[in-house]
Ligand binder design. Structure first.
Ligand SMILES: Nc1ncnc2c1ncn2[C@@H]1O[C@H](COP(=O)(O)OP(=O)(O)O)[C@@H](O)[C@H]1O
Ligand SMILES: O=P(O)(O)OC[C@H](O)CO
Length: 502
């Protein structure tokens, strides 16, 4: 039987998804399942790894049963995932020894301070392309080994395994036969040398992490193994961090091409080709993908809270009933009347890198109302993106021609227009919005010969809507200055409350 489809597994921060693509890159069918977010302490975020696996398996099986396709028609599975989120499990039983520590979790800020106090920043930057921050996996693994009873002894005896979510899914899909990750995920651990493409002994020693825990690091497009859990035997042909997969799905194959994904957070990546570009403004140097025997690099700006501020308006403040309602509410007012929301709920990423910043609403007056706050929350997403673009244009030495956008929040036309206004660059929304899953599908398709090469893939990208600036540059500059002032009030806010000695 001729293979017709690629099945993408997109394991995100808030949902597990499975999407079936045909050869043209059209998403034929998808299933999503939300899972629990755990906040055991202020600033902490956890997921249950077993729930991640069960929801992912359920949606994957449902796609097959509900479409009625034969598994023999699936050329390959591609995996893409929330990055950095850390799972540690027992090699012999496959059981996690703790909840997954999510990328947003700030509990290891104190460990990061200790590394900084030892003067390790330059070394970490040089080897990994990253800053020392609680965002990355390394200090999360160290925390688990330190705090989970018995973990240290088991790790030293070679009984524990670490994985980011891709590794965890591949391990489960292959019944514990395969323990791998890809370059794009390894690059987010703060343990991987992005130049030599090896786990780094010095960093492992600093954090007392035994190398026996770590997965093999492989290209993003390769058959790592097969799964028999879905019926017939299906090759697993790709693994890529979700933001790098979106860069691939947006066909940003040339140096200088940029995409921004508006999901829980916002992640803006520029392809820098075979050249790792280092940054002076808090951008990360990271691996875009390993493909056809070489790696390509990217420059990344990471914003921790984007669409999540809209969830907060809905779930915690009750100001809106649904995420999409934010658009209509924001449009009921002409501006925010001087109100700024800074959603530094889990600190600030690029370009500020402040683990101790916390959120705020400033500029309130007697005339401030619900619509002003909703509008200010949406505008904050665009301002944070502007902060990142300004750093990126400076460090890469180029002016963006356009910003390709994707992710759940890009359906908000108000946000997209405001983004174009505040940025003064074209904002282009593609026809196919599921670019993260699509990127993983393309990478898996390349691994098994479903696609011949990237040129074939490039032809499938099509723009849908382009937003351009209508606001005057002067007005745009003026309100952006207000944002910078608002951000200034959030910095270091939680420093006194956090025990930085852990
Ligand atoms: N119309 C909308 N306007 C603003 N934000 C939205 C809208 N629709 C969805 N979102 C936000 O987008 C996010 C979901 O996007 P998605 O790409 O699925 O995220 P993730 O992969 O991080 O789970 C949520 O945080 C949600 O609040
Ligand atoms: O799950 P998302 O789409 O919010 O992406 C999370 C990022 O990979 C974190 O680095």
């Amino acid at each position: 039987m001729k293979e017709k489809y690629i099945l993408s597994l997109d394991q995100g921060t808030t949902t597990s998804r499975a999407i079936l693509f045909d050869h043209s890159g059209t998403a034929l069918y998808q299933e999503n399942r939300a899972f629990a977010q755990h906040y055991p302490e202020p600033g902490w975020v956890e997921h249950d790894p077993l729930e991640i696996w069960s929801t992912q398996l359920e949606v994957t099986r449902e796609v097959i049963t509900k479409t009625g396709i034969d598994t023999a028609e699936i050329a390959a599975i591609g995996i893409t995932n929330q990055r950095e989120t850390t799972v540690v499990w027992e090699r012999s039983t496959g059981k996690p020894i703790a909840n997954a520590i999510v990328w947003q979790c700030r509990r290891t800020a104190g460990i990061c301070d200790q590394l900084k106090n030892k003067g390790l920043e330059a070394m970490v930057r040089e080897k990994t392309g990253l800053l020392i921050d609680a965002y990355f996996s390394g200090t999360k693994i160290a925390w688990i080994l330190e705090h989970v009873p018995g973990a240290r002894a088991k790790a030293d005896a070679g009984e524990l395994l670490f994985g980011t979510i891709d590794s965890w899914l591949i391990w489960n899909l292959t019944d514990g036969r395969v323990h791998v990750t890809d370059y794009s995920n390894a690059a987010r651990t703060m343990l991987f040398n992005i130049h030599t493409l090896k786990w780094d002994d010095d960093l492992l020693a600093e954090l007392s992490i035994p190398i026996s825990m770590l997965p093999d690091v492989r290209p993003s497009s390769e058959v790592y193994g097969t799964t028999t859990l879905l019926g017939g035997e299906i090759p697993i042909g790709a693994s890529a961090g979700d933001q790098q997969a979106a860069l691939f799905g947006q066909c940003c194959f040339q140096e200088g091409m940029v995409k921004n994904t508006y999901g829980t957070g916002c992640f803006l990546l520029m392809n820098t080709g075979e050249r790792p570009v280092s940054s002076e403004h808090g951008l990360l140097t990271t691996i875009a993908w390993g493909l056809h025997g070489r790696v390509e690099y990217a420059l990344e700006g990471s914003i921790f809270i984007a669409g999540a501020v809209v969830q907060w308006l809905r779930d915690e403040l009750g100001l809106i009933q649904s995420a999409s309602e934010s658009e209509a509410v924001a449009k009921t007012v002409e501006n925010t009347n001087g109100v700024y929301v800074v959603p530094a709920f889990t600190g600030l990423g690029t370009p500020y890198w402040d683990s101790y910043a916390r959120g705020t609403i400033v500029g309130l007056t007697r005339g401030s109302n619900r619509a002003h706050i909703v509008r200010a929350a949406l505008e904050a997403i665009a301002y944070q993106t502007k902060d990142v673009v300004a750093s990126m244009e400076h460090d890469a030495g180029i002016k963006l021609a356009e910003l390709r956008v994707d992710g759940g929040a890009v359906m908000n036309d108000f946000l997209m227009q405001f983004q174009a206004d505040i940025l003064g660059r074209k904002v282009v929304r593609p026809q196919i919005k599921e670019t993260t899953a699509l990127g993983a599908a393309y990478l898996a398709g390349l691994a098994v010969g479903f696609y011949e090469n990237v040129d074939e893939i490039k032809r499938s990208w099509k723009g849908d809507q382009t937003f351009t600036r209508v606001m005057s540059e002067e007005a745009s500059q003026s309100i952006y200055q207000g944002w910078k002032k608002a951000v200034g009030t959030t910095k270091g806010w939680a420093l006194d409350e956090c025990d930085t000695s852990q």
